[in-house]
Design a protein around this ligand. Structure first.
Ligand SMILES: [Zn+2]
Length: 92
């Protein structure tokens, strides 16, 4: 059966952050601009109709739904997310 797949993308508003080779897209939830990394583009190519979520929306979703799965998380993407979380923490 078809599963809804989700990609997590770095918000374009994340200061100073540009994904090398990434393409701009929009979060399907809050519509803010995000960067789709090359690894994510591959996932999108293999999974038409995949949902793009920015990291804040994805984290909100994960907190709500423990079964929520994210497609195409690579170690590099996990690092991107950690970096994002650290930057959030440092903001007053
Ligand atoms: Zn969003």
């Amino acid at each position: 059966m078809p599963e809804s797949k989700t990609l997590v993308c770095m918000p374009a508003s994340f200061k100073g952050y540009v994904v090398p080779g990434g393409l701009p897209d929009k979060c399907s939830k809050c519509r803010q601009p995000v960067w789709v990394s090359p690894s994510s583009l591959l996932v999108m190519h293999d999974n038409p109709g995949v949902e793009v979520l920015c990291i804040p929306c994805a984290l909100a979703q994960i907190k709500k739904d423990k079964e929520f799965e994210i497609e195409g998380i690579t170690p590099a993407q996990a690092e991107e997310i950690n970096e994002y979380l650290r930057s959030e923490e440092s903001v007053e």
